[in-house]
Write a protein that binds this ligand. Structure first.
Ligand SMILES: Nc1ncnc2c1ncn2[C@@H]1O[C@H](COP(=O)(O)OP(=O)(O)OP(=O)(O)O)[C@@H](O)[C@H]1O
Length: 242
């Protein structure tokens, strides 16, 4: 069966600085893939390529049989790829509800009536119902993460890209976030989740890929990847028990 997303020998350089070379990756519909890797390995850059914010320097990206390589960000979004950003980026002077409605209209192309219905639904799913009328600037970190997720999930993406959404949260808040993630993503939503908070990631994903040294050094089941010698050396940087 055709994969939902395919990266074929994708490379990216900024000027003379090569971030990665020849990354190839296939993702089937409904797969939950975690991505680990040291700081600066190019994880967010990979999301920026998939979501159309940057262009690859080489290679090809295919999504549902369509060439994603030169697609504009808004076309990528309407094709069903949603993403969150490492640093939440709400419209700070708009209410929580209006932020989600913008995601539904400008992002997903819903009309205002449909957008209101969908926004109300996603407010409940993400536990933001009590904050609907609050300005985004007045939210705490967990609620900002909820809003970031709500905006991305409101468009019912087929592929959801999560960029360090658990970063900065306490263990209890991570638990809340995982519950919300399970609510907003059905088993038919594919997810790629970049995360340094390994204990949160491993409670959600089916597989892990590790990006380091300008390539994907391994991909597979969680336990196998975390036990991989190269991963232990390169990512964890020590020979201690993980
Ligand atoms: N727009 C840009 N212009 C120039 N260099 C960039 C740009 N975006 C990213 N880089 C560089 O590309 C490399 C990879 O950055 P990226 O943010 O993708 O890493 P990351 O794996 O997501 O790191 P972290 O885990 O710290 O978020 C870094 O050296 C970064 O400085």
């Amino acid at each position: 069966m055709q994969p939902l997303l395919e990266l074929r020998e994708v490379s990216k350089s900024f000027g003379g600085i090569e971030v990665f070379t020849d990354i190839s990756l296939e993702l089937a519909a409904g797969t939950r893939l975690g991505v680990l890797g040291p700081n600066g390995a190019g994880k967010s850059t990979m999301f920026n390529l998939i979501s159309g914010l940057h262009r690859p320097s080489g290679g090809k990206m295919i999504y549902q049989g369509q060439d994603l390589t030169t697609m504009k960000p808004w076309t990528v979004c309407r094709a069903g790829i949603g993403r969150t950003f490492q640093i939440p980026q709400p419209f700070v002077d708009m209410t929580v509800l209006d932020n989600i409605i913008v995601g539904c209209t400008a992002g997903a192309g819903l009309n205002l009536h449909e957008a209101r219905d969908r926004a109300t639904e996603i407010l409940d799913l993400t536990g933001l119902g009590d904050h609907a009328g609050k300005l985004a600037r007045d939210l705490g970190l967990l609620d900002l993460k909820r809003l970031e997720l709500a905006k991305a999930a409101a468009m019912k993406p087929k592929l959801l890209l999560l960029d360090e959404i658990a970063g900065g949260l306490t263990e209890a808040e991570c638990g809340t976030l995982l519950d919300i993630l399970n609510h907003v993503t059905g088993r038919d939503t594919a997810v790629i989740w970049i995360e340094h908070v390994v204990h949160a990631l491993t409670q959600f994903v089916d597989e892990i890929a590790v990006l380091a040294d300008k390539r994907i050094i391994t991909r597979g089941e969680i336990d196998t990847v975390l036990a991989n010698d190269e991963v232990r050396q390169l990512y964890f940087g020590a020979e201690e028990e993980v």
